[in-house]
Design a protein around this ligand. Structure first.
Ligand code: AMP
Length: 191
């Protein structure tokens, strides 16, 4: 069984946590572009330095930087049998690039998950996370900007994936275990 998935959702919807849990259950790696950028930042690589100002402002890192990083990551052997892309694609141009990367490899997505959550709930969760983890890009204006970018650029991808019959929408509000089970049940017909 191969599982080639993307997971979308506003920050704070529990996307990263659920992506990791699904990856574990399905036996595939999670590929989180946010984590990749953060590790480039921590390692002070050239890519990290190019990405920093966008991340600090809650804006998307330019597509050419992001696409090249994902292309390289998907070519790694551990992604051959499947993956969960967390945080990519984030706009229509990235979605097209992903489709061509996969087509070149003769593969396709099984499903695109949209984890939904109420905006007020999301802002509350993010502010709590900011307090607990002290992430540099978790100040309130940056949180609000990231949500606006999500609404403007990423949320419209749901209809694109619905047209391809790949969209799986799951309510992200609830106990962590319950949401994971909901996700697995909703994905079953696609895997
Ligand atoms: P995340 O952890 O997914 O919230 O990502 C943190 C930050 O990394 C975002 O606010 C963006 O600046 C950057 N980032 C992550 N994924 C992407 C992407 N697919 N395209 C552009 N920028 C991204």
């Amino acid at each position: 069984m191969s599982a080639r998935l993307i997971i979308m959702g506003p920050q704070g919807a529990g996307k990263g946590t659920q992506a990791a849990r699904l990856a574990d259950r399905l036996g595939v790696p999670t590929i989180s572009t946010g984590d990749m950028f953060r590790s480039h930042l921590a390692g002070r690589s050239e890519l990290g330095q190019r990405a920093q100002r966008y991340m600090d402002a809650g804006e998307l890192v330019p597509d050419e930087i992001t696409d090249a990083m994902v292309r390289e990551r998907l070519a790694q052997p551990d992604a051959a049998a499947g993956f969960i892309l967390d945080g990519y694609p984030r706009n229509a141009a990235q979605a097209e690039v992903l489709e061509s990367i996969l087509a070149e490899a003769g593969i396709a997505l099984n499903a695109a998950i949209e984890l939904t959550a109420d905006t007020d709930e999301v802002v509350q969760r993010l502010l709590k996370r900011a307090e607990e983890q002290g992430r540099a890009d978790d100040t309130e204006p940056v949180i609000r900007r990231r949500l606006a970018v999500y609404t403007e650029q990423t949320a419209p991808l749901a209809s694109l994936y619905a047209d391809k019959d790949l969209l799986v929408q799951v309510d992200g509000v609830g106990e962590m275990d319950e949401v994971t089970e909901r996700l697995l049940a909703a994905l079953e017909p696609k895997l």
